[in-house]
Design a protein around this ligand. Sequence first.
Ligand code: SIN
Length: 284
Amino acid sequence: MKFRKLSHALGAEVCDVDITQPMSEAQFGEIYRAFLDNGILLLRGQRCTREHHIEFSRRFGELDNHDALPRDRNSDYHELLMVTNAPNADGSPGEGRYTGRQWHSDMSFTSHPSLGSLLRAVKIPDVGGDTQFANMTAAYDALSDGMKKLIAGLHGIHMSGTRKIASADVGSQRISEQVRINPPIAQPVVRVHPETGRKALYLGEKVKRFDGMTEEESRPLIEYLNRHATKPEFVYRHQWRQDDILVWDNRCTMHQALGDFDETQLRHMERTTVLGSASGYVVA
Ligand code: SIN
């Protein structure tokens, strides 16, 4: 298999791969090793069905049925999350249009935060609709010893209902339902990757405070760490092409959909989410 670096910060493209074709364990093993080494893998030109997408995703591990996000999943394929600005059948604005607009790691607000995600570009706008990724291992490594010591025991409280939404939607049934299904979860600010053994920052914009501290006390440090982790040297910005599949490791990266496109055009992405191991605790 051939791989090509995507950026200084993270990511590699897997060249000449077709997920609709049989792939041996040895070939997939090379892909999985590259996934661990690079944090993100890009597979271009995957003209495939939903079944192919799901089947290939299963090779990374057990898939999430998205019980935590019932409104966003496909009604026939619960393994597929619809990340789309397509309007509903009755013409009302679609539910998934604000998914991922904040820096986050997928499903961090659940007790089984995701191992990885595979996002397929089904329809993209003429320009824009990019996604940014941050290398949280590199961001952690670059902190001073003093800062590493300071954050070692901290837990950030991850909320599910904090996506960037239009003010008309605030307090909507959707948000309150999401918060009811997913009570706030405290996750360690520094997580050890179960496969590489490397430490990574685990934060993002869904975290408003540390457990045992007020928002006012927590905010400066949360903002500093998020700003630090999203410096250009830790970030890769992906410009989508139709039929791209991007695979990312949620245990050592975070990402953000930029929303830098004409919203009257369709941006339709479909995501599978690979379940990770148990982490965190519910906060009353
Ligand atoms: C996501 O957060 O999974 C979606 C990212 C995107 O739409 O680019």
